[in-house]
Design a protein around this ligand. Structure first.
Ligand code: Z5A
Length: 206
């Protein structure tokens, strides 16, 4: 059995830190895991990522941004995600389409129906089996993230943008409780990882 797991959340939730923890945990259980990320995950996708995050591009239209997110996703699915799942591997992805609903939908106010059309077109029936939402209050997350230094194009947004992103994530988690697990990412790293381990044991590694 292969599983498609995504990790989502706002600024400073610790996705990169916990991706490593999750991958190591699954590999120790004997699963073959492909770790990847969006936007990016392929050579072409990483080039598009650089454009999407470039803080010097200040006038990117929100439709351009949305379409570039799905352009990288189309390539990512064709080149990495689908072949891995077809080969029986597990795919662990740092952000996927829920990020589009949260950032372009919640953050930029693009109608959800428009995103859903692209989701169906680009993904067909492909959806994550499990989504871990690393949830943290926006101000706390921003304090952590600012320690990282220079801000990219998204990180330069106002706090109200990130509040809308967080609320959209929480709304999706409430609507899809079978797929989503909310992790309180404001806790110590030890507690966060203990909660993640519990979910992995419950959902996929019994
Ligand atoms: N985006 C989009 O708009 N639409 C889409 O469809 C997709 C993406 C797919 C880049 O994503 C941008 O793309 C993103 C949304 C947009 N923009 N924003 N903002 P990304 O995932 O590559 O970038 P990111 O959001 O900055 O993720 P990240 O690098 O994984 O950051 P993080 O979640 O903040 O994780 P971290 O780097 O592991 O942790 C941040 C700091 O906190 C770090 O110093 C850690 O050591 C520390 N940390 C982590 N956990 C803890 C705990 N528990 N306690 C204390 N300190 C901690």
């Amino acid at each position: 059995m292969s599983l498609f797991i995504t990790v989502e959340g706002g600024e400073g939730g610790g996705k990169s830190t916990n991706m490593i923890y999750i991958a190591d945990y699954l590999k120790a259980k004997g699963y073959e895991v492909v770790e990847t990320r969006e936007p990016g995950g392929t050579a072409l996708g990483e080039k598009l990522r650089n454009l999407l995050l470039d803080k010097n591009i200040s006038n990117m239209d929100c439709s351009t941004e949305l379409l570039l997110m799905f352009a990288t996703r189309a390539q990512h699915i064709a080149e990495v995600i689908k072949p891995a799942l077809d080969a029986g591997k597990w795919v662990l992805c740092d952000r996927f389409t829920d990020a589009t609903y949260a950032y372009q939908g919640g953050g930029r106010n693009i109608p959800m129906e428009r995103i859903a059309v692209l989701e169906d077109w680009v993904q067909g029936e492909l959806r994550p089996d499990l989504t871990l939402l690393l949830d943290i209050p926006v101000e706390e997350g921003m304090k952590r993230a600012t320690l990282r230094g220079e801000k990219d194009r998204f990180e330069q947004e106002q706090i109200s943008f990130f509040e809308r992103v967080r609320q959209r994530y929480l709304a999706m988690a409430a609507q899809q409780p079978n797929r989503y697990r909310i992790i309180n990412a404001a806790q110590t790293l030890e507690c966060v990882q203990s909660d993640i381990k519990q979910v992995l044991e419950e959902v996929c590694c019994q």
